[in-house]
Design a protein around this ligand. Sequence first.
Ligand SMILES: NC(=O)c1ccc[n+]([C@@H]2O[C@H](COP(=O)([O-])OP(=O)(O)OC[C@H]3O[C@@H](n4cnc5c(N)ncnc54)[C@H](OP(=O)(O)O)[C@@H]3O)[C@@H](O)[C@H]2O)c1
Length: 272
Amino acid sequence: MINTIRLNQEAAIPVVGLGTWQLTGQDCIVAVAEALKAGYTHIDTADGYGNHARVAQGIKNSGVARDKFFITTKLAYPGGYTASAVRADGERFLQELETSYIDLLLIHWPNREVPFAETLKAMDELKKEGKVKAIGVSNFTPHHLDDALKAGVEITNNQVEVRPRFNQKTLRDYCAGKNISITAYSSLRGGETELPLVVELAQKYGKTPAQIILNWVVARGMVAIPKSSHPERIKENLASLDFAIEEADLAQIDNLPQGERVNSPSFGDFDY
Ligand SMILES: NC(=O)c1ccc[n+]([C@@H]2O[C@H](COP(=O)([O-])OP(=O)(O)OC[C@H]3O[C@@H](n4cnc5c(N)ncnc54)[C@H](OP(=O)(O)O)[C@@H]3O)[C@@H](O)[C@H]2O)c1
């Protein structure tokens, strides 16, 4: 049984999910099916990944019932944020994903050209209709969140890049204070699996470097969503939950010197 973090009365997010960015075609179908068969209970996708239909096919191939797993998807940046787009795209996502509800719907990137309140209120309409169980954002800074929270719509999750060398401690503390959970993305990128400390801890615990990083993400109260196109790595990543790292070793990871983000598109708005 995979632990969950409660988002609201209707939704609790499993602390590990399968990331699907850059998973397309047959690779996506196989990865999703293998993940669900291996025991994953959470799939992370986005309109922008162009793979909703493949995710749906993978779900069907797994034979796992809809009430046994959680789906996160995201509104398309930048065109998906007006009230009419949220309505139309929300309905389209349900068809593409072949489901009657999305567990967690996120604003993929902040777009200050459409008021956050307009987007969030339209998302909240979908939630009131039972088509979405929880609402969140992604790539939001504290400043974006301050603005967005003024809409009065409950924001339950912020999905952001978190890696040992980009640990987002300030943002995480801010979100904790607002009862906003964190999903960590790209935790395995940026050469993190080759870091000497991570390799050393992998040897100490008899685990792989990826498992050390994912275990740290979850031990620090976040949701991990590793992506892999390899069934054996998909299983390896899930098994990162099966052991405990000593607090002193977790603290060593916390204290690694910090660097730059890996995902920094020109539209990122991270300086706001
Ligand atoms: N909200 C956003 O803006 C945003 C941005 C980026 C990502 N995301 C989400 O977060 C998910 C994860 O982020 P990500 O895909 O950027 O990076 P990631 O999952 O941290 O890393 C993926 C890379 O690590 C490799 N890998 C996976 N498992 C491994 C293992 N056990 N050992 C060694 N290498 C391993 C994968 O290769 P193979 O596939 O060859 O195994 C791939 O090259 C995405 O798929 C997406 O769902 C969201």
